[in-house]
Design a protein around this ligand. Structure first.
Ligand code: ATP
Ligand code: MG
Length: 140
């Protein structure tokens, strides 16, 4: 078994897709072992997106990720890192396959950051790093 960090981003919360997204996670058979709603701050996001801090779109990404609260979850299951990214769809919602979360609910706005509804860790190692960052209170 494996764990990943899933986040419903501010646009997902604004569009009232939290329930639909949780439904898809549970329908796939994954276990949600921790969940909370929180307002991300700049310090957390700079650590979370450490490899993107220097990119030209980073200021827009920060603003986007702080425009509403987010729902963070630790999701557990066999091969869940890859499986959750399959449920999410590709980064750019314009290109994401219909039926995926980003394909169904993602929008991109000309000249703006990518509003793609959800986050998922990209490797099991990053998942454990991100879980520590977002759920320091989770003792395992
Ligand atoms: P996430 O890490 O949020 O699950 P991802 O792994 O598909 O998404 P990353 O390359 O890790 O994509 O980028 C993190 C986030 O930064 C993206 O989800 C998107 O919101 C934003 N982003 C990535 N590339 C761009 C870009 N070229 N222009 C604007 N925003 C971008
Ligand atoms: Mg990523």
């Amino acid at each position: 078994t494996e764990r990943t960090l899933a986040i419903v981003k501010p646009d997902g919360v604004n569009q009232k897709k939290v329930g639909e997204i949780i439904r898809r996670i549970e329908r796939k058979g994954y276990d949600i072992i921790a969940i909370k709603m929180l307002q991300a701050d700049e310090k957390l996001l700079r650590q979370h997106y450490a490899e993107l801090v220097g990119r030209p779109f980073f200021p827009g990404l920060l603003k986007y990720m702080m425009e509403n609260e987010v729902v963070a979850m630790v999701v557990e299951g066999d091969n869940v890192v890859k499986g959750w990214r399959t449920l999410m769809g590709t980064t750019n919602p314009t290109e994401a396959t219909p039926g995926t979360i980003r394909g169904d609910f993602g929008r991109d706005w000309p000249g703006d950051e990518v509003r793609n509804v959800v986050h998922g860790s990209d490797t099991p190692e990053n998942a454990e790093r991100e879980i520590k960052l977002w759920f320091p209170e989770l003792k395992r």
